[in-house]
Design a protein around this ligand. Structure first.
Ligand SMILES: Cc1cc2nc3c(=O)[nH]c(=O)nc-3n(C[C@H](O)[C@H](O)[C@H](O)COP(=O)(O)OP(=O)(O)OC[C@H]3O[C@@H](n4cnc5c(N)ncnc54)[C@H](O)[C@@H]3O)c2cc1C
Length: 416
């Protein structure tokens, strides 16, 4: 038997973007149905920040805008509609106290993502949103006036407006497996190929296993194509199969896109990113002049972990026991190349692509009105969150986007 329902708005996907869109529209007086395929909403939200939930980054808008890989113009209206300070206020007004850490990263004071989710679930109840869980939206049709959403269970819901907030295509066990892209495509939207972003990289150099677990804090990474492309600074972590850590996560979406077209991508890790080439050079000169009898290895180990330094000697084909006074000009240049230009690595793949923290790609931004989040193609259709071709740096930027775009969609629903 077909179970038919109607609503002003159907919000499809109860992640952070869909939850805030639903409560914002309901607070404006709309009759909202929120659909979630999983038995519980916000499964991915619960996993964020290692269970602590890095809600946002409390930084000024101009800086925030530069954290979305060239998408500043598109994300601006949403981020201005709900900037970090307003998001923090939203949570506090709804009973969730937040704390800001030294990096301007914002977390719930309790450090528990469940408290962020519970804040929303309380708000869903108090705003009168009807939440259907275990309800997989299988297909959507627009008949010219209404959206007809058919769920796997047989439930059919008719609404004047529809928000697609189904997330991206990673961590399918948490609900987002890319079906939202199919729904968008069925409504004639173009979807830029979804690829993993914020993920570790697999390299052909097996020596990284020898350094597995080592983290270099003041490092940077760039794609090496004759010029230094997409440089990102921050900590780099060596892993059994390659590299990870914040700087690598931040560059991974660019590597991901290149890997989609090429079999390998060259990157370089600068282990002493805060030092200029002259400073590193001076270090060698000083060591050669004043500490000639000292082993070069000991000098370098004062700056970097010994396991990594050992690899430098192997890469430069220099004896580990060499004393500073015996280092030739040619050998010094080899070390300088690694320390200043960076450790060359050949990326051959993405580490566990299905466990990437975000999807890069998605519904094309030029088909969405960034002032309202409404589709330029189908009136009454809205998008928010990761389903859109927007992804940010690691550390609060993706949730900020999800919340801000969801909020703007929710507000616009009740106005247009
Ligand atoms: C492990 C991990 C840690 C992270 N940590 C952080 C962090 O600390 N800070 C940060 O800013 N970002 C973090 N992120 C990224 C952040 O979680 C996402 O960018 C954000 O959740 C996107 O929100 P969304 O609402 O767009 O999509 P999602 O959170 O993916 O929610 C989409 C929802 O839609 C549902 N759905 C999908 N298809 C359908 C359908 N057809 N019918 C019904 N329901 C459907 C899904 O089940 C899901 O609940 C992390 C991601 C991961 C994986």
């Amino acid at each position: 038997m077909i179970d038919e329902k109607t609503a002003d708005v159907v919000v499809c996907g109860a992640g952070p973007s869909g939850l805030i869109a639903a409560v914002t529209a309901a607070d404006a007086g709309m009759n909202v149905v929120l659909l979630e395929r999983m038995d519980n909403p916000g499964r991915k939200l619960l996993a964020t920040g290692g269970g602590h939930c890095n809600i946002t980054r409390d930084i000024p808008i101009p800086k925030l805008l530069n954290s979305y890989f060239g998408n500043a113009t598109f994300v601006k209206p949403a981020l201005k509609a709900l900037p970090p300070q307003a998001l923090i206020r939203f949570f506090e007004q709804n009973g969730l106290r937040c704390r800001v850490d030294t990096n301007n990263q914002v977390y719930p004071e309790s450090d528990k993502s469940i408290d962020v989710l519970n804040t929303f679930l309380n708000k869903v109840k108090s705003s009168g949103v009807t939440l259907y869980t275990g309800c997989f939206a299988q297909s959507v049709v627009h008949d010219g006036t209404c959206f007809i959403i058919t769920c796997q269970s047989g439930t059919v819901i008719k609404s004047k407006k529809l928000v697609l907030s189904c997330g991206g295509k990673t961590y399918p066990q948490l609900g987002s497996d890319g079906t939202g892209f199919s729904l968008a495509a069925s409504l004639l939207h173009t979807v830029k190929k979804p690829l993993p972003g914020l993920c570790g990289l697999v390299t052909s150099q097996s020596w990284t296993a020898e350094c597995s677990g080592l983290s270099i804090n003041d490092a940077s990474v760039y794609i090496d194509q004759g010029q230094r492309l997409f440089p990102q600074s921050g900590a780099v972590l060596f892993t059994h199969r390659g590299v990870s850590g914040p700087a690598v996560l931040d560059i991974s979406r660019c590597v991901s896109r290149l890997l989609d077209e090429h079999s390998v991508v060259s990157i370089r890790i600068r282990p002493l990113a805060t030092m200029r080439r002259e400073e590193i050079d001076n270090l060698f000169i000083r060591a050669q002049q004043k500490e000639g009898s000292k082993r070069l290895r000991s000098v370098l180990c004062e700056l970097l972990p010994s396991r990594l330094v050992k690899q430098f000697f192997i890469m430069c084909s220099v004896d580990q026991e060499i004393r500073c006074a015996d280092v030739t000009k040619g050998q010094k240049l080899k070390f300088l190349d690694i320390l200043d230009n960076g450790i060359p690595l050949t990326v051959t793949g993405i580490e566990k692509p299905e466990f990437a923290m975000v999807t890069t790609g998605g519904v094309q931004c030029n088909e969405i009105n960034c002032k309202t989040m409404e589709s330029n193609k189908v009136k009454g259709l809205y998008f928010c969150g990761e389903i859109i071709d927007v992804d940010g740096l690691c550390g609060g930027y993706n949730l900020q986007w999800a919340f801000a775009s969801g909020f703007l969609a929710g507000k616009s629903l009740s106005i247009s």
